[in-house]
Design a protein around this ligand. Structure first.
Ligand code: AMP
Length: 490
């Protein structure tokens, strides 16, 4: 395991250097090491036999120390967001068989699991952190849960082999980073872009700068970028939409790498952004959770000749160890230039979902290789770059969060007993995507329904607007015409 041995040697070489800066407080590698050791002692004393361990997420050093403590024991972490409904956490505990949680403080929010308080773990510093021995392709490093169309979150396990393959492919991209770099970490740990944002710096002895939980997220990002002279930032394109009104004033000469991932990157806004980061290499990177963080990349070498389609910047080409193809409805490979579904194969691909049925639906064999259906529509352009054109289904991204609109519809149907409800992603007046729901029938008070919905889904899945339409428009096949509905509420 390259990345684990890199981390263990970093702790020896860079003990005095800062590993994290959280809420303006710095933690050295030595401090982090002692906390990791103490958490490992807690785990060994309380749940040595457990493979899957939950971590209740907070913007604190204990959360990150718990992740690394788990990695260096060859165990699997499952992030649990304290702001998401308890019922949803319960579904995750059940699916992943979680009996123990690591959290800074003990609390009684979750039943049926034991919480080990990491805030009480004091420096029982071991001589040095050791690399575990286990079989990397059969052992999960983490399991993330994404929105599931049937109302139950979908578990995506990522093995140590997948993660190590990502780190090796990342290194092969040739970014020149070292212990002097300052990395932005703007993601919740339930989103796998966070893994790049903490793991890559920790494997180089660099420092990770997190974003405070409180206040306006985008203001906080801007403030961390400028105050700490961030040199490497992976962000979702929605950040640009929020910062755009201030581009004239933004000047980040220290930024050397500015990467975007998670949703479509628009050429016009990124071209303007490039003036704010004059020294930075700017890249659009792409990948689903199922293929470990990201696996295609495109570097913008010249702002005047950005490879794009309909204003969306290309997602480029696969990273080392990964392959991408475009297929038709029958999963047969299409020639370059033809639009179809983007499918992925390679070292970063999950062995499958926790649910065998979901795995059967999403994976297929072609020429002796096992491919994953991404659900993204794409084609290969004349430069050999993959062009992202949208989705085949009703999955959307809101500020980078992956949402199945049908999951929202599922819960609303269950809550109201009504079968005619549609969730849509619409652009708000500031050009940002938000969720609207439309009920068929006479207008009623939607507030009580939304209150129940809040107990079922995370806050980012709660609709920003509710509409009522007397009778839904139908398309020629007699199905609800979602596009017409979208126009009606616009
Ligand atoms: P997630 O599993 O949350 O990382 O979401 C994966 C999905 O996000 C992909 O299947 C795409 O629909 C979308 N996505 C990720 N990166 C990009 C990108 N650079 N451009 C367009 N869409 C993207």
């Amino acid at each position: 395991m390259n990345f684990l041995s890199n981390i263990t040697s970093v702790f020896k070489e860079h003990a005095a250097r800062p590993a994290f800066c959280i809420q303006n407080k710095q933690y050295s590698y030595a401090e982090l090491q002692s906390l990791i050791s103490a958490i490992q002692v807690k785990i060994k004393e309380n749940c040595a036999g457990e493979q899957n361990i939950g971590i209740v997420l907070h913007d604190d050093i204990e959360t990150y120390a718990s992740v690394i403590a788990i990695f260096l024991l060859g165990k699997t972490y499952i992030p649990i967001h304290p702001g998401y409904p308890v019922e949803r956490a319960g579904q995750i505990f059940e699916q992943a068989g979680i009996k123990y949680l690591l959290a800074r403080t003990n609390n009684d929010t979750y039943t049926g699991v034991v919480t080990l308080a990491t805030g009480e773990a004091s420096g029982i510093a071991e001589a040095e952190l050791a690399c575990p021995s286990f079989s990397p392709d059969k052992t999960n490093a983490y399991i993330l849960f994404t929105s599931g169309s049937t109302g139950v979150p979908k578990g995506v396990p990522i093995t140590y082999y997948n993660l190590d393959s990502f780190v090796n492919a990342f290194d092969a991209l040739g970014y020149k980073t070292d212990h002097n770099d300052r990395f932005l970490q703007m993601f919740e740990l339930t989103f796998d872009l966070s893994v790049m944002s903490y793991l890559i710096p920790l494997s180089k002895g660099a420092c990770v700068y997190t974003i405070p939980d409180s206040g306006m997220k985008f203001t906080n990002i801007y403030s961390v970028l400028t105050t700490h002279k961030i040199t490497f930032a992976l962000m979702v394109p929605s950040v640009l939409a929020n910062l755009r009104p201030y581009f004239e004033e933004i000047d980040l000469p220290d930024m050397r790498y500015s990467l975007f991932c998670g949703e479509a990157l628009y050429k016009d806004v990124v071209s303007e952004w490039m003036r704010c980061v004059p020294e930075a290499v700017v890249e659009n990177v792409y990948g689903p959770t199922e293929a470990t963080i990201f696996c295609l990349t495109y570097r913008i070498t010249d702002v005047n000749s950005i490879s794009e389609y309909n204003g969306i910047v290309t997602i480029g080409q696969p990273m080392r160890g990964m392959e991408a193809i475009v297929v038709d409805d029958a999963s047969a490979q299409l020639p370059d230039g033809e639009k179809g579904e983007l499918c992925l194969y390679g070292n970063q691909l999950t062995p499958g979902y926790l649910s065998a049925e979901k795995t059967r639906e999403a994976f297929f064999e072609l020429n002796g290789k096992r491919y994953y259906h991404t659900g993204d529509i794409a084609f290969i352009n004349e430069d050999g770059n993959f062009i992202y054109c949208g989705r085949v289904d009703h999955q959307v991204k809101i500020q980078g969060f992956r949402i199945e609109l049908s999951e929202i519809e599922f819960h609303l149907r269950a809550i109201t007993g009504s079968s005619n409800v549609v969730a849509l992603a619409v652009n708000n007046p500031n050009g940002l995507m938000q969720i609207s729901v439309v009920f068929e029938g006479a207008e009623t008070d939607a507030e009580p329904v939304l209150e129940v919905l809040k107990t079922k889904v995370p806050p980012y899945m709660i609709p920003a607007a509710v509409h009522f339409v007397a009778t839904f428009p139908l398309n020629t096949s007699g199905k609800t015409d979602r596009k017409a509905l979208q126009k009606m509420i616009a």
